[in-house]
Design a protein around this ligand. Structure first.
Ligand code: WTA
Length: 571
């Protein structure tokens, strides 16, 4: 399998000449696609929605094809434009202005997308939160960003510790409920009364657009801050990598609480004016296949864990569906196993194109392009306009075929412009003009990049990024837990699962009920996806002399690897 290469099929791909484009492309060349090239002022909501609503030939085109158990709806560009204008008016009425942080905490729904564009139209910075977050996770993010308003549903409200969030002035509730507090605003009532015309806030290219909180190996989640100019990269990668064409029906399976769900679940498809499928509800193989077939999806962007689950569901199931509309498949978020690519060729008669990027990078950087050869197991090559390399710990480039830290020449359009409230964290990403990713990788002589793993302790479970520190902090809040060390344990389906090593407080005895109780505690206070699937009780947790938990050592124990120099260890 290793060196098997899959050539491109014939096709009218948007980017056909990689080498030539790479040699000549400059980001400025893409400015002409946007109105701001002439006016100097920008708003991503205009370019993604209003521009298509103003154009008589696209105004009534379906932008959003939404389905969830019990709800099916479609909205045109004209409708999203008008509805998000209304919502922007609601926000203005309650004092929202440019630069305010307005957060969204709700399941995928038409209201989510309307609210998101309403926020952006006022010039405020949007902060989407994953709907599975529990109280601690919600508090950390709203506190750090000093969010002024939150849009949520009555069901999720109990996870918002309002008394502890002094800057949170109002909560907009999407759903029927009795309004009992002057703090609450009823979404539907307000929308009914609001005007559908709104004077969009024109921004500078470098003005704030979005904050996505994400996890590192230490400390609380970081607010990764993006600006409106990022759109140029969403657009260009939508063209080259997603290979979007006017008549495509596109489906990105990611939740907008994570960066893939905004950059590629919202912006890239709508900047291109294509019909965007949003599927709510839980994953099942039948449901996903059904969605692909029912909407005649042509371009599909998903993740390795989901693909592996489809592989496990078996080939017979695939054969019961008609996937003739599918033209282009892509994957992101975790290493894509060569076996899955092989399966994709059989199941769909298509290649699956791996793409690499991060919350911090804002958009795809290293990709498999449709017109290029796929080398299964490789993330592909940098897109034109991006310089990628492998560096050592000092930030010096190292030759091909040697492992090191994957680095990108700083300054690409969609790069984060800061870490909210944390300038030193932001600076720590850069060395010698390189953005250093923390992913270990090597590059072969032909410029293909091969992912090896994380260099820090960040866990990637089912493509979701989890910080061990957050889980450890929550674990030790449980009365039975004295100390905790958390690692990612390799798992054939989920990439990694979360494994916790704990010591118990005096008076507590290990039992399966106790361990389940501890698991539930993390699940209900932090988030379901952050709860350890495995918990192992130890007599002590290895720490350095300075008291840092040695997760590396825990991992070596788990994997049965040699443990190396332990001279700083204190067990
Ligand atoms: C990992 C998701 C292997 C990587 C867009 C990175 C990948 C982290 C790939 C970012 C890939 C992402 N192959 N690993 N194609 N894509 N990763 O911020 O470790 O949620 O640093 O962004 O996911 O995760 P994040």
């Amino acid at each position: 399998m290793d060196m098997q290469r899959i050539p491109a099929r014939e096709g009218n791909y948007n980017l056909r000449n990689y080498d030539e484009t790479r040699a000549t492309f400059k980001w400025e060349d893409a400015h002409k696609y946007f109105s701001w090239d002439k006016t100097g002022k920008v708003n991503i909501a205009y370019e993604a929605i209003d521009r298509h609503a103003e154009n008589p030939s696209t105004k009534d085109k379906v932008a959003l094809l939404y389905s969830a158990p019990g709800r099916e709806e479609s909205l045109t560009f004209g409708e999203i434009s008008a509805e998000s204008n209304k919502f922007a008016n609601v926000l203005r009425k309650y004092g929202v202005h440019k630069g305010d942080r307005i957060f969204l905490f709700m399941p995928r729904s038409p209201e989510f997308y309307i609210s998101l564009f309403g926020i952006l139209k006022t010039g405020a910075i949007a902060g989407p939160l994953f709907e599975a977050f529990m109280e601690q996770a919600v508090r950390d993010r709203l506190e750090d960003s000093e969010a002024k308003m939150l849009i949520t549903t009555p069901d999720l409200l109990e996870r918002v510790p309002q008394e502890e969030l002094p800057t949170l002035e109002k909560i907009i509730l999407v759903g029927n409920q009795e309004i009992e507090s002057s703090k609450y605003i009823d979404f539907y009532n307000e929308m009914e009364a609001a005007s559908s015309s709104f004077e969009i806030e024109w921004m500078d290219l470098e003005d704030g657009m979005l904050i996505h909180y994400t996890s590192g190996s230490t400390g609380k989640p970081k607010g990764v801050y993006h600006v409106h100019y990022a759109m140029i990269q969403h657009y260009v990668t939508g063209e080259w990598v997603l290979d979007l064409k006017e008549d495509d029906v596109y489906w990105c399976t990611a939740d907008p609480g994570w960066v893939t769900g905004t950059s590629y679940g919202v912006f890239a498809p709508w900047l291109h004016g294509v019909t965007n499928v949003i599927r709510g509800g839980r994953f099942t193989p039948e449901d996903w296949y059904d969605t692909l077939e029912k909407h005649s999806v042509s371009v599909w962007y998903t993740a390795p864990t989901a693909l592996r689950m489809l592989v496990s569901a078996g080939e017979d199931l695939v054969k019961t569906y008609d996937f003739s509309s599918l033209r282009h498949l892509l994957s992101v978020g975790e290493p894509l196993n060569p076996e899955v690519i092989t399966w994709g060729l059989k199941a769909f008669d298509l290649r699956i194109h791996d793409t690499w990027w991060m919350t911090e990078t804002g958009a795809q950087l290293i990709v498999n392009l449709p017109s290029e050869e796929v080398r299964p197991g490789s993330m592909g090559k940098p897109i034109p306009g991006i310089e990628a390399t492998i560096v050592d710990n000092e930030g010096n480039e190292i030759p091909p075929n040697q492992m090191g830290n994957l680095a990108i020449r700083a300054g690409w359009p969609s790069m984060m412009r800061g870490v909210w409230n944390n300038p030193s964290k932001f600076e720590s990403y850069f060395i010698n003009g390189w953005y250093v990713s923390g992913d270990s990788a090597y590059r072969d002589e032909d410029g293909y990049f091969w992912f090896q793993g994380r260099l820090d302790d960040v866990i990637n479970t089912s493509g979701e990024r989890v910080g061990p520190f957050e889980v450890e902090s929550k674990l030790i809040e449980h009365p039975a837990v004295a100390e905790a060390g958390v690692i990612g344990k390799p798992d054939p389906q989920r990439g990694e699962i979360i494994k916790a090593f704990i010591t118990l407080n005096p008076g507590f005895v290990e039992s399966s009920e106790l361990l389940e109780d501890i698991r539930q505690f993390v699940k209900t206070e932090l988030a379901a996806h952050a709860a350890p699937r495995e918990i192992e009780v130890k007599d002590s947790i290895p720490k350095t002399r300075s008291g840092k938990i040695m997760r590396r050592l825990l991992k070596s124990w788990e994997l049965g690897l040699p443990t190396g120099d332990m001279s700083t260890l204190e067990v």
